[in-house]
Design a protein around this ligand. Structure first.
Ligand code: XIL
Length: 369
């Protein structure tokens, strides 16, 4: 009896110590491990493990990776008869070494094409390109890459098909052909259609029609990638939720593939703004060059929390949530749509410290324990 009290005390102390250290040790990927993959996009330096601190953060926090650029066609297939897999081999080896889910981005996209591809002018040449490109790359990483963005950004904002070089040379058939070629090269890998703003009603309707058509014509589509380049105020949670439900009703896995949230003014929101106008160097368009004010930091944290709360509600339908970059300093949003700004769209800051946004995403899980 005498021993019970001190024992109980010691036990409680031990438990609280272990809980505290557990808390410090835990990471996004750990707390979300039973829900969906937590991914990030890696740039060249990160693939080359240039910065030790950054590398250990990547390995600690994320269990899925996408190459931010190096698997795009201009890098993997620089000339008609020449592929270059030096960087993509490193990327895949990095994922394997760290037991991560490896996503391939991207096979058929009108942007970041090699110059020689932009000169393809007829259907025979384009057909040959697609067959060679998709077959070579998907076969090369067969069984090693877990999912592919087979087609990226084929739609306009109104849901009609983008007049890309692929549509111009081959007509709509290029879409189903791309999925068929990818399946033929690796029948087990998950195949995705990936696009931005496809949580908005018109574009979503277009994406649903397009995916249905590809499937009806015999293409295998396993999932839809909603890029998730979002803002503090939009899109609404309602539209995001409708999208999760509608895409998953087609039997698709839903992934959020390029998540980031801009906190800067958008040139397209400015009434009467000419988007061709040069905003570079405009202080009005770059309001936080030194630091993000607390009020916006909090807004960002709340926005991320509400988005992840929704993701958790539909975790059975969501395969992966990938941030478009590891930290704010790396984000493409520092240079798009206006060059040279200071943006703060991710859960880690420029010094690799976690932000309130990170804590708010994690807290959703920790309070549930
Ligand atoms: C962006 C990269 O982040 C930039 O570094 C690059 O200069 C341009 O492309 N949709 C996509 C991504 O599918 O590949 C884009 O990535 C962002 C928009």
């Amino acid at each position: 009896m005498k021993f019970i009290k001190p024992c109980l005390f010691a036990f409680t102390v031990l438990l609280s110590i272990s809980c505290t250290s557990q808390k410090e040790k835990s990471s996004l990927k750990d707390v979300y491990k039973n829900d969906f993959y937590i991914g990030t996009a890696l740039d060249l330096n990160q693939i080359n493990e240039k910065n030790k601190k950054e590398d250990s953060l990547i390995r600690k926090e994320f269990n899925a990776i996408t190459a931010e650029n190096i698997m795009k066609s201009m890098f993997t297939h620089p000339q008609k008869d020449k592929y270059d897999f030096t960087l993509s081999d490193k990327f895949v080896a990095y994922g394997e070494k760290n037991k991560m889910f490896i996503h391939g981005h991207t096979l058929i996209w009108h942007s970041q094409l090699a110059p020689w591809m932009q000169k393809i002018a007829d259907s025979t040449e384009m057909k040959a390109f697609m067959k060679d490109h998709i077959t070579t790359i998907v076969s090369k990483y067969k069984g090693r890459i877990n999912s592919w963005d087979v087609v990226n950004e084929a739609l306009n904002e109104d849901g009609t098909l983008r007049k890309s070089i692929f549509l111009k040379t081959l007509g709509e058939k290029y879409l189903v052909d791309a999925f068929k070629l990818a399946e033929k090269a690796d029948s087990k890998v998950d195949l995705y259609y990936n696009d931005y703003n496809i949580e908005e009603p018109a574009k979503r309707a277009g994406a649903i029609a397009l995916i249905k058509k590809i499937k009806a014509e015999g293409g295998k589509v396993d999932g839809v990638g909603i890029q998730g380049h979002w803002r503090l105020e939009s899109p609404s949670l309602e539209e995001i939720e409708k999208s999760i439900l509608e895409y998953s009703a087609l039997g698709l896995k839903v992934a959020f593939t390029e998540l980031d949230i801009t906190v800067l003014p958008n040139p397209w929101d400015l009434k009467g703004a000419d988007v061709n106008q040069n905003f570079e160097g405009s202080a009005k368009m770059n309001p936080y060059p030194q630091a993000l004010p607390d009020s916006i930091q909090n807004k960002l944290a709340e926005r991320y929390a509400s988005i992840f709360k929704l993701f958790l509600k539909h975790k059975d339908k969501i395969s992966r949530v990938t941030f478009w970059g590891v930290h704010d300093g790396q984000s493409w949003l520092n240079d798009w749509p206006i060059k040279g700004r200071t943006n703060y769209p991710l859960p880690f800051d420029r010094d690799l410290r976690h932000k309130k946004a990170y804590d708010s995403i994690k807290k959703l899980k920790e309070t549930k324990k």
